[in-house]
Design a protein around this ligand. Structure first.
Ligand code: DC
Length: 223
């Protein structure tokens, strides 16, 4: 079973994916990590994210293990980490270089400890359209930019980061603009995706609806 969850930053994709992964015991791949890893590696090597060639070189040599190692860095999930990821993810060749690593996971989904799983849950921007166009279930989770900025702001504050709400909102809007308007794999729902707006639905409601869809698919596959 392959499930994709796409949508803009801080829409609730990760929370939903983690809940579904725990319930159905499917392995979870947060695909933003591949772009965060490339962006962070550039930052750590003092490379300018405008240098597309340098970004491509890093993308071509990125391994799953290296990505996991970089994910422990404090800037992996910081504002700078998100901004750099969004910039390098707009380069078509960088996306192409990172595609196979993402697709391979669906062939052989495993949990962090290496245990094999019966299915995979992807979260990202293009997992239903480009990474796994043949996925069994495609979800697209969205929310207004203000609601998402508020969530991100609270996460940063909870981590002790010194940020202003207005700055987070401006960043969310800039990332949406870049993610939705880039030429390579712009963020948009797959034609066969089910769309949820979490500005009006809480995560438990979205989770319940997603479970209904997955249970129906499991029943269908049994028949
Ligand atoms: O989901 P995230 O915030 O960790 O993603 C970081 C950036 O990576 C985001 O701005 C867009 C990009 N991204 C992408 O282009 N395609 C994906 N499948 C996942 C993330």
């Amino acid at each position: 079973m392959i499930i994709t969850i796409d949508g803009p930053a801080a829409a609730g994709k990760g929370t939903l994916a983690a809940k579904l992964s725990a319930k159905y015991k499917y392995a979870y791949f947060d695909t933003g990590m591949v772009y965060r890893a490339v962006g962070l590696e550039m930052y750590l090597r003092n490379l300018d994210t405008a240098d597309e060639k340098a970004a491509l070189k890093i993308a071509k040599t990125l391994t799953f293990e290296k990505m996991m190692e970089l994910s422990a860095h404090p800037d992996f999930r910081s504002q700078i980490g998100g901004r750099n990821a969004s910039i390098v993810s707009a380069y078509p060749d960088v996306r192409a270089a990172l595609l196979k690593m993402q697709q391979d996971f669906s062939e052989n989904p495993v949990f962090a400890d290496g245990t094999p799983a019966q299915g995979a849950i992807y979260d990202g921007r293009d997992t239903g359209t480009v990474v796994c166009p043949e996925a069994d279930i495609k979800l697209f989770i969205t929310a207004s930019s203000e609601v998402r900025a508020e969530r991100r702001y609270k996460e940063f504050v909870a981590k002790g980061m010194d940020v202003a709400y207005e700055e987070v909102l401006a960043d969310v809007k800039a990332r949406d603009e870049r993610d939705a308007n880039r030429s390579a794999a712009p963020m948009k729902p797959a034609e066969d995706a089910v769309v949820f707006d979490t500005s009006t639905l809480n995560i438990e409601e979205v989770f319940a609806k997603a479970c209904e869809i997955i249970d129906a698919e499991i029943d269908k596959e049994k028949r």
